[in-house]
Write a protein that binds this ligand. Structure first.
Ligand code: TRP
Length: 378
């Protein structure tokens, strides 16, 4: 079976380093292994509209920002189709059919939907489109027959819901859809990168993000004012690693090469952590190291972004071509789905012949005064 990746992001802002370690870095690695037959990376504008229906301008403006972040991070249009969700009408049609396979109660149990409803104060009045977005996400994934979906942990309930829809569909209509596997980030820190203020999540509204597109001075300023261990007042004090954002970021970003390059007096992160725990290691030194690590990671991304920013027409051309490729694939799946659901009337050459035979037979029997044959049309 072909190995196929589908994943994506909502265009509600520029991508930050939480997106990067949570999924984007992995996508680029997977792309570069050459192990996958097809890779689709989607900008989920239709999904973004399910809770931004009054903000179409925000969604529209962020398409190009996300596309720039994708290209800057190293997604290569020659190997990965970058596309815009709303340009693939097949996805909407699939969603409509899948709605019959999911109950309201099941959607209400989806933990991600549950917490988003709370976050957005939708408790008393949930837009239907928002409520059903897990179904549309199942359409996104299955339309491409994706086998692998690299996403953050928060998307786990969506993939589980997709797998249920696939099983139900295949059971009712016959084997058609492919059950996808989730691919989570490789370590805990990358799974849940906290904000620079130590809050559980990086989010634009909290103002605690480091963006892939931040310039070097901004990154440095954000790093130097990051949350650490509030109990670590003097350099000589023993410090805590747990919940210490600077060390969480180092878990997600640093490697042994970084130590050789910027902090050769330590072998690796374990040694640095041990010194911090013992006492005698100041926050500023650790932050400066983290800044070096982040700058090394972000500098090439920033440079590539600046290049692509000079040619926005090219960026849209990438998206247009990617959307064309994506639509072809989705159309193929949709016609299999229509066939399985027996709504492929005009493509079924047997349909007219067999129904004509039925009516002919009925007319003949009526003329002869016989009862119509039981069973009727096929
Ligand atoms: N829900 C994802 C997010 O909020 C975006 C998304 C939409 C997606 N459809 C998808 C991710 C399909 C993976 C697969 O970031």
């Amino acid at each position: 079976m072909a190995k196929i990746i589908l994943t994506g992001d909502r265009p509600t802002g520029r991508l930050h380093i939480g997106h990067y370690v949570g999924s984007l870095r992995r996508r680029v690695q997977l792309q570069n292994t050459g192990d996958f037959d097809e890779i689709y990376i989607m900008i989920a504008d239709a999904q973004a509209l399910t809770d931004n229906m009054e903000n179409p301008g925000k969604v529209r403006d962020n398409i190009v920002e996300v596309a720039l972040d994708y290209l800057a991070a190293g997604l290569d249009p020659a190997r990965s189709s970058l596309f815009i969700q709303s340009q693939i009408p097949e996805l909407t049609e699939l969603s409509f059919y899948y709605m019959n396979l999911v109950t309201v109660a099941r959607l209400q149990r989806n933990p991600t939907v549950k917490s988003e409803i709370q976050m957005r104060n939708f408790e008393n009045s949930i837009p239907v489109g928002f409520f059903t977005y897990p179904i549309s996400q199942a359409a996104d994934i299955t339309a491409f027959k994706a086998t692998t979906v690299p996403v953050g942990e928060d998307q786990e309930p969506m993939i589980e819901q997709t797998r249920e829809i696939v099983r139900k569909f295949n059971f009712v209509y016959g084997d058609t859809l492919v059950e996808p596997e989730i691919l989570l980030p490789e370590n805990e820190a990358s799974m849940r990168l906290p904000g620079t203020d130590g809050q559980a999540k990086m989010s634009k509204s909290l103002g605690n993000c480091i963006y892939l597109s931040d310039d070097a001075a901004t990154v440095k300023k954000k790093v130097m004012s990051m949350f650490t261990d509030p109990g670590h007042l003097q350099i000589s004090d023993p410090g805590k690693i747990e919940g210490n954002t600077v060390f969480t970021y180092l878990d997600a970003f640093s490697n042994k090469g970084h130590f050789e390059e910027y902090l050769p007096e330590y072998q690796d992160l374990e040694e640095l952590k041990a010194h911090y725990r013992r006492g005698g290691l100041g926050d500023v030194k650790v932050k400066k190291f983290l800044n070096n690590v982040l700058q090394e990671t972000l500098e090439p991304i920033r440079k590539r972004r600046a290049e692509y920013e000079k040619d926005i027409a090219y960026v849209y051309e990438v998206l247009r071509k990617g959307s064309e490729t994506a639509e072809n694939k989705a159309a193929g799946t949709l016609s299999e789905v229509r066939h399985a659901m027996r709504i492929d009337y005009f493509d079924d050459e047997e349909l007219i012949r067999s129904q004509q035979a039925y009516f002919n037979d009925r007319a003949a029997r009526e003329q002869e005064g016989r009862r119509p044959r039981r069973g009727g049309k096929r």
